[in-house]
Design a binder for this molecule. Structure first.
Ligand code: ATP
Ligand code: MG
Length: 373
């Protein structure tokens, strides 16, 4: 009769279930002189994956804070309109009921992790809800498998990578089994590989477990194609919505589009590639002419880093034999995975860490002799 259960439901005319309804919301922070949210109307169906895109300060975080009621419970402010979760006014939820319906994962995993032990950290929220020990064990072990965390079961939370920390933070939220998961820039502190790992986990929670996901992210290249629907915000308002294959014509700003789609939109191309692969396919027949390589000559060296070595603890070898020169006006990118030593190198160059080995010459002076005013 029909191929799968969803097609069956569809053919039987079962309506999709509305899990979130933000109805005519306006919001102003206590010390705010303008509305952070204006006329917000948004309905989300159970199992949808929504991405919210928009420039810094447009109200993305504010919008999702409505959904676990930290606006207004924690932030205060003036809120007009209504928010419904599972057709029930969020004002009528008890505090415990909110955390078991809606979970939020933030930008900095460090700030969410409170305990040393990975397993205990994941069980922490459940402990606070006074759940039965067997129930806790079962939930924790389930979410650990789901997020591929069994390999770090025995580890301490301060000895795992940024990506693993973020997955532990997701696991502790997930252990409470909420239907709705909110993510506020969950990969912005992670390197590309760890970030991708976390995004894949988020996608799995949506596809395999049917969780409703609302993701706020500025790195659109990595997640645009994952979402069922994209909400575009500006100045506290929802200005448009679309899908990765159907982006409204008016959406042409860099902060609303993946880089590759932005380039094609600027070129007034009607079909917008979203991923690098699609971009590669789209340009394969185009002949590039007159693109000259902009090679500048940076002979005037203003910075010389010579055989720099540094370790926080004996034997940790954080920086090993770093050598490079930088010319006046030159722009250099420092790349590397989480924990590779990028920030340590910057701290050394800024004179914050002084007990390094090797030499740093700034404007022909040894950095150790440079006086910072
Ligand atoms: N705690 C706060 N108190 C007062 N005003 C705030 C607070 N948090 C945000 N705002 C203001 O509300 C507006 C929306 O900010 P919000 O943080 O929601 O934007 P955002 O889109 O999440 O930005 P970003 O991409 O930088 O995280 C901005 O004008 C901001 O200055
Ligand atoms: Mg934000």
């Amino acid at each position: 009769m029909c191929d799968d259960i969803y097609t069956c439901f569809y053919q039987l005319g079962v309506e999709e279930l509305e899990i979130i309804n933000i109805d005519n919301v306006n919001f102003t922070y206590p010390d705010g002189n303008k509305k952070a949210l204006k006329n917000i109307n948004l309905k989300v169906n159970e199992g949808e994956f929504i991405l919210i895109a928009g420039p810094s300060g447009c109200g993305k975080s504010t919008l999702i804070r409505l959904l676990n009621r930290i606006i207004p419970d924690y932030y205060g402010g003036t809120l007009e309109g209504n928010v419904y979760i599972n057709n029930k006014d969020i004002d009528d939820f008890k505090k415990d009921e909110i955390v078991t319906n809606v979970g939020m994962v933030y930008q900095h995993p460090e700030k969410q992790i409170v305990l040393q032990d990975v397993e205990r950290e994941i069980a922490f929220g459940l402990e606070n809800l006074n759940k039965d020990i067997n129930f806790m064990k079962r939930n924790v072990s389930e979410v650990m498998s789901l997020l591929s965390l069994n390999g770090i079961k025995e580890k301490q939370t301060d000895e795992i990578s940024g990506g693993q920390k973020q997955r532990v933070a997701i696991a502790s939220v997930l252990a409470m089994n909420p239907d709705i998961l909110l993510f506020d820039e969950p990969i912005s502190q992670l390197d590309p590989i760890n970030g991708e790992e976390v995004l894949n986990s988020i996608k799995r929670l949506n596809v395999d477990m049917g969780k409703t996901i609302i993701l706020v992210e500025q790195r659109l290249d990595k997640c645009f194609h994952m979402a069922d629907r994209i909400i575009f915000m500006e100045n506290g308002e929802i200005i448009e919505e679309g899908t990765s294959t159907n982006i409204p014509k008016s959406i042409n700003k860099k902060y609303h589009l993946p880089n590759i789609a932005y380039v094609f939109r600027q070129a007034q191309n009607s079909k917008l590639p979203i991923t690098v692969k699609e971009g590669r396919d789209a340009i394969k027949d185009i002949e590039f002419k007159n693109i000259e390589k902009d090679e500048k000559n940076f002979s005037n060296k203003v910075l010389k880093v010579d055989k720099v070595n540094f370790e926080y603890e004996r034997g940790s070898k954080t920086l090993k034999n770093i050598n490079f020169d930088l010319g006046k006006g030159e722009i250099m990118a420092v790349m590397g995975e989480n924990g590779a030593g990028k920030s340590t190198l910057f701290k050394i160059m800024a004179g914050i860490i002084e007990d390094y080995k090797g030499k740093i010459i700034v404007d022909e002076k040894n950095l150790k002799k440079v006086q910072y005013k």
